[in-house]
Structure formats: C-alpha cells, structure tokens
Ligand binder design. Structure first.
Ligand SMILES: *Cc1c(COP(=O)(O)O)cnc(C)c1O
Length: 352
C-alpha cells in the first residue's frame, strides 16, 4: 500500500529486543534480566504505595532519586541525570551531544541501539571494527569525530576494556563527548566513574535493569560534569518534562539503600556465571572472557542457530544474532543455579 504522504515519513529500522514470552513456563536467558527480585524493602513499599498521589505529576527534577544516586556514587546531585531506563538516557545523550558534521564512533559489534539512534537522529557515524579477538582497538577512537559511545563491558561480547584504555580515549577527545555505557559494570570491569571529576567530556551511563533487578521499572542514569548534565536536562525539558513516573522514582530510590542485598545478588550471579562457563567448556564451547551477567559462546561442532532453535523448542530462550561475524555465537544470560542446571542438561542432550 502506498499513500501520498509517505514520502514525508521518517524511515527507521527499529531496534529488535529479545522475545518476551507472555505466558507458559519458560527459562528466560535472552534479555540479560536479573533472575533475583529487587531488594525486599521495594516489595514492602510497593504494597504500601499511596495511590492518591498519582493524581499529581511527578517531580520533573526527580530530586529524590538524583540525591540518592549522588550520595551512593559520591558525586553532587548536579552531576546526575535520570531517565526512563538507560535507553532513554542514551537516546537523550545522542540528541544532546552528537550534533556535529563529523561522524560519531562506536564499535561494529556492540549494543545495536547505537546505530538505530544515529539513524533516527540523522547523526553521521562510523562503526569501527573490533579486532579478531572481539576487542576494541583504542587507536580507532583517536581520529577526528563528533562523539564516541562505547559499552564497557561491551555487549554482546561480554568483554571489559581496561580503565587505562578508556582514559586514553577520553583524554584524546577533548572536543567530543565520550559516552561510556556501563550497563554491566557491576558484574565486572573497572568503572570510569572515577574519571568524571577529571574529564569534563566524559559521561558514564548506568541502568537499574540488570544489576539492580528492576528492568520493569525503567530506570537509568548518567553521571558527568555539571555542564553535561545541564545540557541533558535542557534537551529533556524541551521534549518531555515528566519522563520518570512516581512509583519508579520511589521504588528506585529505595532499592539503592539496600547495598548488602545488591552485592549479594551480584556475587551469586558471578559465581553461577563461572560455574556455567566451566561446564560449557567441557561440552566443547569456546567462551569469551565475561565481565557481565551473560556469556557469549560458540560451539566447536554444532551451529549456534541449531542450538538456539532446539533450546527454544524446549522453552529455553537464549539470544541469537543473525549478523556477520557473530552468527555462530549464542548470548546466554545468567539465571539462577536451578535455571542454569536445567539449561545445561538440555544443552547436553542437544549436543549428544
Ligand atoms: C540493557 C542495556 C541497555 C538498556 O538498558 P535499559 O533497560 O534501557 O536501562 C543499554 N545499554 C546496554 C549495553 C545494555 O545491554
């Protein structure tokens, strides 16, 4: 079907998230969600929520959550920006900071949303090739550019880049904003947060979706120089003043307060990850060095697509990307020990 107005429509190729099966008993290891619930106080507060307050708009400045995060990460509230998941924070950052004729740089294998936003906002970009071990080549980011975005640890490779390499990139690019997307940093690797007071062009982006078990609440944030945060707030205020809803602000703030629970669940996931990697290596998988809550694996004999299909037939969902260079790999989120035991058992029967 073709209508006369179609020539004026913005053409986009949307980002494709992993499947969210809405019913049935499945083991869901395809979107890097946390298998453990949020901190216990979050459940209590959610039950006691004063719903009369929902009549009102939420605080457009999201002061409560910015204050809690500033306190936790030992920065000033003026250094914190929050949004509806880090996807919102990243999209807003692209819109705010990538406004040059020069291309924005990011790896050819990384979070595929970067390319989608660059296209959507008509930002020129170059995707720099990883090396043959799926590592980011620092020198590729020391060329003229209009901005840089790097996921560290990277996804779906799971590999972390040393902080000294990140610092080289940030210090070599005074005229561009460098965004470090630390969606998985709580599971391994060194955070660039220690550099935000040293470099005014560094923006570190984090999410509550993975390590903080709150993907459903949609909370993300950025930490950086006060002027970067002001610029982000100005663009956000020109687009939608009330991005964060009231329950997310209240429950997100509460979840940060239980640091012992947070560290305990991360510790469990890292331990399960290491056990899963050891078991899969014995089955003939090669696995990249993971600093995340997922693993990226390829089998010596059986094609990834075949394993993906057979697991799915047995209600175990993992992620398969039908893309050059990674089309023989599977990305497997780390679930509970019980889920991973069931996964390994099915895997063994498929490989037999
Ligand atoms: C999951 C993920 C995000 C987005 O997370 P939100 O749920 O929107 O906070 C951003 N970047 C990377 C690399 C991710 O894996």
């Amino acid at each position: 079907m073709s209508f006369k107005w179609m020539k004026n429509v913005r053409e986009v190729t949307p980002y494709v998230p992993g499947e969210q099966p809405q019913q049935g008993r499945v083991i869901k290891l395809n979107t890097n969600e946390n298998p453990y619930p949020p901190a216990p106080e979050v459940a209590r507060l959610a039950k006691e929520m004063d719903t009369d307050k929902y009549r009102l708009y939420p605080d457009p400045e999201v002061t409560e959550l910015c204050d809690v995060l500033a306190d936790y990460y030992e920065v000033k509230p003026e250094n914190v920006f929050v949004g509806v998941g880090s996807d919102d924070v990243l999209a807003m950052s692209f819109l705010t900071f990538f406004n040059s004729e020069k291309p924005v740089l990011f790896p050819n294998i990384t979070y595929s949303f970067y390319e989608v936003w660059a296209d959507l906002f008509k930002i020129p970009y170059i995707m720099q090739a990883l090396d043959t071990d799926f590592r980011i080549k620092t020198e590729d980011y020391q060329v003229p550019n209009g901005g840089i975005v790097i996921a560290n640890p990277n996804a779906p490779t799971s590999i972390a880049m040393p902080l000294c390499e990140i610092e080289k990139i940030v210090s070599a690019n005074e005229e561009s904003v460098v965004i470090i997307d630390e969606a998985y940093i709580d599971f391994g690797g060194e955070s660039a947060l220690s550099l935000v007071n040293k470099y005014d062009n560094l923006l570190v982006v984090r999410t509550f979706s993975k390590s903080r078990s709150m993907a459903g609440m949609r909370i993300g944030f950025a930490i950086g120089n006060e002027e970067l945060i002001k610029a982000l707030n100005a663009v956000k205020g020109s687009y939608n003043s009330y991005t964060m809803n009231m329950p997310s602000i209240i429950l997100g703030s509460e979840s940060v307060k239980d640091d012992a629970y947070f560290k305990e669940t991360i510790g469990k996931i890292v331990a399960t990850r290491e056990r899963t990697i050891a078991a899969m290596k014995k089955m003939g998988f090669s696995i990249l060095e993971s600093s995340t809550n997922f693993i990226f694996a390829t089998h010596e004999a059986v094609p990834a697509k075949k394993i993906f299909d057979e697991l799915r037939n047995q209600n175990i969902y993992v992620r398969y990307f039908n893309k050059p260079l990674i089309d023989n790999y599977l990305r497997i989120s780390i679930g509970t020990d019980e889920e991973m035991a069931a996964f390994l058992e099915k895997l063994a029967s498929i490989l037999k």
